[in-house]
Design a protein around this ligand. Structure first.
Ligand code: EPZ
Length: 419
């Protein structure tokens, strides 16, 4: 078991570069199965989800060359075989293989997806879309078989009952080579959806409306190779901006697309955080006398559910009371008792997280319960007086590339140790 040890209370300064978006690249890699030539991705983050997806692709017959942040994938050797169960349930985003295998072979046998414990995470909207496109679904033990009995999948008019990033992307991937037109209504609008549509269109697909709530896909016969730059990770950016405001003495967060973070920046400004938005970076000054605010998450372009945990340590430094409501994952509260162990005045009351500040945190032994909860605990550890030990840190390494190196470069006393 590995853990992170932080000796907190140190002022941090300097520059930290944001890497490529996890929630884009975990869809881009499976989507490459649709191509009939080599596809190269630049700006691929060094996170364990990428390692897992590469293992799965190679086990299916793809050739993969990784050189730093560049990933060259030749999908021509991919066989239509049952997915290797072991890796499949290590990350929820493995469900994107449903769409790409259906799109290429007209069938898919895959393990049911895994992922963080954020409460119920159904995939009914994904399956509803695939059935509308002609796939039948059956279960074989821990696996699920999607099949079209020889017919290629066909376009369909799909209305998403809930705004879903995964179901929107998965449908888009399956529709790229389906026969005819697919319309997705009430589509999610996240930037990662635009990034996947950009890759597919550069491979020869005909996708219009990505980033709006109606996406139209005209299926094509073949998709060729291309080269694609992964967009910056807006959630990693938001995490480092909150950290910079909580413990920084002047930190520049670089490789940031401001327009992906507008609602988040607005909330920070409401607190009184002083920032300078530059061309592709944000400079965060040292802060004092921040004001407690309330947060309510909603689908993009609203306040991202993935940032309600990372912003919490910063909220705890502010003056006054506030409440946090996650309308997307009501149970995304497992970080709260861990922060309370560090002395924070924070608790879950019904469907809200309520806090009262300011708080001077003390180091403690805490555990990461999911990816963004883990990131929040790292920030809390940097703020706290004394030593914090965080276990279950594999969650953190799934989504934050080189986090130890990045924080050490800012002056943090942080280590990753084998227990
Ligand atoms: C993506 O998850 C992200 N993961 C999540 O980030 C992010 O929190 C979430 O979108 C935000 O919407 C990846 O992109 C890999 P959803 P996803 O489908 O696609 C319900 C992180 O920390 N729903 O948009 O799985 C669902 O229960 C991760 O990086 C259905 O009801 O989320 C939720 O309440 C955590 N049926 C809502 O929709 C379905 O078939 C939004 O989920 C699918 C989803």
């Amino acid at each position: 078991m590995r853990k992170i040890i932080i000796n907190g209370g140190k002022p941090l300064s300097g520059e930290v570069a944001v890497s490529g978006a996890k929630n884009s690249v975990v869809a881009l890699i499976p989507a490459i199965i649709l191509a009939d030539d080599i596809v190269t991705l630049d700006g691929v983050p060094a996170i364990s989800d990428v390692d897992s997806l590469i293992d799965i692709m190679v086990s299916m017959g793809a050739k993969v060359n990784r050189d730093g942040e560049t990933l060259e994938i030749d999908p021509r050797g991919v066989k239509d075989v049952p997915m290797p169960y072991g890796k499949i349930n290590s990350l929820r985003a493995s469900y994107y293989f449903y769409g790409s295998l259906l799109g290429r072979f007209g069938q898919a046998v895959v393990g049911l997806p895994g992922g963080c414990d954020l409460g119920p995470r159904p995939i009914d909207l994904h399956l509803k879309a695939f059935e509308a496109m002609g796939a039948s679904i059956s279960y074989e033990g821990e696996s699920m078989r999607l099949a079209t009995d020889g017919e290629p999948i066909h376009g369909a008019h799909i209305y998403m009952d809930t705004v879903s990033v995964g179901a929107t992307i998965n449908t888009m991937i399956a529709a790229a080579k389906a026969k005819g037109r697919t319309v997705i209504e009430n589509a999610a609008r996240e930037p990662e959806i635009i990034d996947v549509a950009t890759l597919l269109n550069n491979m020869g697909a005909h996708i219009r409306g990505a980033g709006t709530d109606v996406i139209v896909i005209e299926g094509v016969e073949t998709l060729h190779g291309t080269r694609h730059q992964v967009i910056p990770d807006r959630i990693e950016a938001g995490t480092y901006i909150a950290m910079a405001a909580a413990v920084g003495q002047g930190i520049r967060v670089t490789n940031v697309l401001y327009e992906h973070l507008e609602s988040y920046i607005a909330k920070l400004e409401e607190m009184g955080v002083r920032m300078t938005v530059e061309e592709d970076s944000i400079f965060v000054e040292a802060q004092e006398n921040l004001k407690a605010v309330s947060v309510k998450t909603s689908p993009y372009p609203g306040f991202a559910t993935d940032l309600q945990q990372p912003i919490t340590p910063l909220l705890l430094t502010a003056q006054g009371r506030g409440a946090i409501v996650d309308t997307i994952y009501e149970k995304r509260v497992n970080h709260v008792p861990e922060m309370a162990r560090m002395g924070a005045d924070i608790s879950v009351v019904g469907s809200q997280i309520v806090y009262n500040g300011p708080n001077q945190l003390s180091g403690a032994q805490v555990k990461a319960t999911d990816l963004r909860a883990g990131a929040a605990l790292v920030i809390a550890g940097l703020m706290a007086q004394g030593k914090t030990e965080i276990t279950n840190i594999e969650f953190i390494l799934r989504g934050y590339s080189n986090i130890i190196e990045k924080l050490t470069a800012l002056g943090a006393d942080i280590q990753l140790v084998e227990e």
